[in-house]
Design a protein around this ligand. Structure first.
Ligand code: ATP
Length: 363
C-alpha cells in the first residue's frame, strides 16, 4: 500500500507496545510538506516514541508510516531522509565547531573539502561562522544547540526531528531560540517535527500541533484552533489557563445550548455535536474572555465578589467567589485597565463573558 505523497509523513493506525504496555494506541496523523509540526503532551504520553518510530530507532508494533508516499518501516535509520536534533547536543568535544558539522557529511561519503564547504554554509545559516575554529566547550548552551542544528541540517534531510531541543536552555535564551528555529524552518523549507511538553512553546512556533495524552491523539489543529476551540477536557485544561465548570444542558435551540450551573445560574453557548439535552458536561471559559462590572451587562452575567488580585506582570489575575458556584479566574491585561475595571478584594460585582467565550467540552 502507498501513502499520500503530498504529505511529508503519514502515520496510519500506528501502535507501539513494550511487552504488555501500550505506549501508543492507534495513532493516525498526517504531517504536511514544509510544515512546522509539534507533538505536544505531558511526560510519558508517547511523543518521543512516535518521533523515534519516524526516525527508525523504534519499530512499529502495528500500523504503517509513510515518508513522501513511501513506506519506510523496513528502512534502517541511516537510510531515511530524516535527521534528529536531541536535547543534549552530543557534540564531539575534541573537534572544532566546523569539524563537528563536517564530520557527519564525511561519514556519508562527502570529500573533506565538500564537507567543509557545506559545514561553512551551515554555520553561516545559524550565524556562527565567527566561531568555526572554537571547540564546543568555548560556546554557550544556545550556541552549542545551534551547532547541533547546523550539523543535523547539513546532509539536507527532508524532515528534521527535534526532541525537546531547547529544554536545557534558560527561559530567555529558549524564547530567542524558539523564534530562530521558526525562521530557520521557513528559510530552509524543511519539514520540522518538534517534540515538547511546553504548551506555550508549541503555540509560539507551530503551524499545527498534535496534542497527545496517554498514547492517544487528543486534538490536531492550528494553535488558534487548539487554544480557542479545545475539543475535550484534557486539551482545555492542558493548553493555557481556563475556568472549567460542571454544567447540565437543559435545552438546545438553533445551534445554541442553554445550560445551568449547580447554583442555578444559566449560561448559553454554541451547541457541540455529541452533547445532547440532559448531558452533564464541562464548560471551558478562558479568563481573558471575562470582564467585571458593577451591574450585570449580559444575560449570563454571574454575581460574585473579589477574593484576590494577583499581579502577574502583563496581566492581573482576579480570583472571584461566585454565588453557589466554584471560584472563577478573570484576567485583565494591564493595557486594558483604562477600559476594564479592577475591583478591590471584598467588592461585590458581576462577571460578564465576551461573545463566544464559553465552550462545551466532550469529557
Ligand atoms: P517525556 O516527555 O517524559 O520524554 P514522552 O511523551 O516522550 O515523555 P515516551 O518516552 O514516548 O514519552 O514514553 C511513552 C511511554 O512508554 C512511557 O510510559 C514510557 O515509560 C514507556 N516506554 C518508553 N520506552 C520504553 C521502553 N523501551 N520499554 C518500556 N516502556 C517504555
Amino acid at each position: 500500500m502507498s501513502g499520500n505523497d503530498t504529505n511529508a509523513i503519514e502515520v496510519r493506525d500506528a501502535v507501539k507496545r513494550y511487552g504488555d504496555f501500550t505506549a501508543l494506541k492507534q495513532i493516525s496523523l498526517s504531517i504536511r510538506d514544509n510544515e512546522f509540526f509539534t507533538l505536544l503532551g505531558p511526560s510519558g504520553c508517547g511523543k518521543t516514541t512516535l518521533l523515534r518510530m519516524i526516525a527508525g530507532f523504534e519499530d512499529v508494533t502495528e500500523g504503517e508510516i509513510f515518508l513522501y508516499g513511501d513506506e519506510i518501516e523496513n528502512l534502517p535509520p541511516n537510510k531515511r531522509p530524516v535527521n534528529t536534533v536531541f536535547q543534549n547536543y552530543a557534540l564531539f568535544p575534541h573537534l572544532t565547531i566546523l569539524d563537528n558539522v563536517a564530520f557527519g557529511l564525511e561519514m556519508r561519503g562527502s570529500s573533506k573539502s565538500e564537507a567543509r564547504a557545506r559545514a561553512g554554509e551551515m554555520l553561516e545559516l545559524v550565524q556562527l561562522s565567527q566561531f568555526a575554529a572554537r571547540k564546543p566547550s568555548q560556546l554557550s548552551g544556545g550556541q552549542q544547540q545551534r551547532v547541533a542544528l547546523a550539523r543535523a541540517l547539513a546532509p539536507r534531510p527532508k524532515v528534521l526531528l527535534l526532541d525537546e531541543p531547547l529544554s536545557a536552555l534558560d527561559l530567555k535564551l529558549r524564547k530567542a531560540m524558539q523564534l530562530e528555529l521558526k525562521h530557520l524552518q521557513r528559510e530552509t523549507g524543511i519539514t520540522f517535527i518538534f517534540v515538547t511538553h511546553d504548551q506555550e512553546e508549541a503555540l509560539t512556533m507551530s503551524d499545527r500541533i498534535a496534542v497527545m495524552s496517554a498514547g492517544e491523539l487528543q486534538q490536531l489543529g492550528a494553535p488558534t484552533d487548539i487554544y480557542e476551540r479545545p475539543r475535550n477536557m484534557f486539551v482545555a485544561d492542558f493548553i493555557g489557563e481556563t475556568n472549567l465548570l460542571e454544567v447540565s444542558v437543559d435545552k438546545i435551540e438553533s445551534g445554541r445550548a442553554v445550560c445551568h450551573l449547580g447554583g442555578g445560574h444559566e449560561l448559553t453557548c454554541d451547541a457541540v455535536d455529541g452533547i445532547g439535552v440532559g448531558s452533564k458536561v464541562h464548560m471551558s471559559i478562558r479568563p481573558e474572555r471575562l470582564y467585571m462590572s458593577n451591574e450585570p451587562e449580559k444575560d449570563g452575567s454571574l454575581h460574585g465578589r473579589v477574593k484576590e488580585n494577583i499581579f502577574i506582570g502583563t496581566d492581573i489575575s482576579t480570583i472571584v467567589e461566585l454565588d453557589d458556584a466554584p471560584d472563577f479566574v478573570v484576567r485583565t491585561s494591564n493595557s486594558d485597565r483604562g477600559n476594564k475595571r479592577i475591583f478591590e478584594p471584598g467588592t461585590d460585582m458581576f462577571v460578564n463573558m465576551e461573545k463566544g467565550a464559553a465552550r462545551l467540552l466532550i469529557d
